[in-house]
Design a binder for this molecule. Sequence first.
Ligand code: URA
Length: 437
Amino acid sequence: MRMVDIIEKKKRAQQLTDEELEFFTNGVADKSIPDYQIAAFLMAVYFNGMTDRETARLTLLMAGSGDTADLSSINGYKVDKHSTGGVGDKTSLIVVPVVASLGVKVAKMSGRGLGHTGGTIDKLESIPGCNTSLSTDEFFKVVNEVGCSIVGQTGNFAPVDKKLYALRDVTATVDSIPLIAASIMSKKLASGADGIVLDVKTGSGAFCKTEAEAEKLAKTMVAIGEHAGRDVRAVISDMDRPLGHAVGNNIEVIEAVKTLLGEGTEDLRGVCIELASNMVAMAKKISFEDSRKEVTAAIDEKKAFESLCAMVKAQGGDERFLRDTALFEKAGFSHDILSEADGFISGMDTYKIGVAASLLGAGRETKDSLIDFSAGIYMHKKTGDRVNKGDVIATLLTNKQQSIANASDVFISAVSYSSEPVKLQPIIKKRITKEDL
Ligand code: URA
């Protein structure tokens, strides 16, 4: 078999066989296929796509290309969640303890932030002492004892994805639905959970700018789950506005705590309840409505907050910060952004808000940049809110005073105003299960 023939076939939009896909992933793994041929193949896929069957086969080969987590020493059904990435998306910090407080195990491997999006691991590490690099034994022990644990991804999971992702990044082939689906699902399948709930974001802050693209991505990933024999559901949620009020690290932890204590914003609480209800319904094999009642009660009765405290404590973190969030370090400088108009906020470009937070120190420019845990943006007003000229709509927080002017310009350019009231889109747009395929 020759790689040039596989590229030729995909260039002509023909379907690849299992053997051809295996030849490709083996050649990426053992480095026998040069980067220029991999890049040409990726571009052919970008233009001609893949069938669900090809995508599923590619995903399984990528998932099997490195380590796979064996979660069998954790008792019971294990459920995982994944978000396609957003701004102010602190849902894992809320959803994971909610689900665990209802007796469903979550052994979650999460990522760090890069570019305009945040990462759960950075947020957790803003809690003093919280260790996200547990050994496998410690990780399983925390899940068995507390019901949940969130750690950074260690080990060599889906190395073929690492290679492909790096090449996609520099060949303008990131935004291909089969390639995104295979990339996300290969890592999720390798992480070993029985059931996976995907939060597919759509809007200005997301990979999928339109709902139609998000639906296609969601269906492709649910179909991969079917081929792999795992339960997979997807929720399509709005990322045309940042989730909640806070974008940053410790300020997002504080907002997650508030949400678990019943004081969260409606959008953030809505997404969390939707995701957690799907996870619990899947694990307990109960209806979505029954699951939703359990999830709402777990928040209202503060059981889920106790699960977050227990998880953080078991991972070495100082739970006093969760019980008294005033203990968190505060940024040295703050700068208020004022409304430029009387009327209503009609839009907030979520991508730009993520960039502004990153400039203030909340995110990374490169993989090795240091994060400032107290930096970020607190939005007092959000899309749809009525404002008067001069009202404080957001506060920028940073320890780098020199970053304020630039971040402020980016933030101001992200906000648009209207004199008419604005109709907000529902935060949950759609739920996709295998019945929708
Ligand atoms: N996240 C991933 O892990 N891979 C992609 O291709 C896109 C988002």
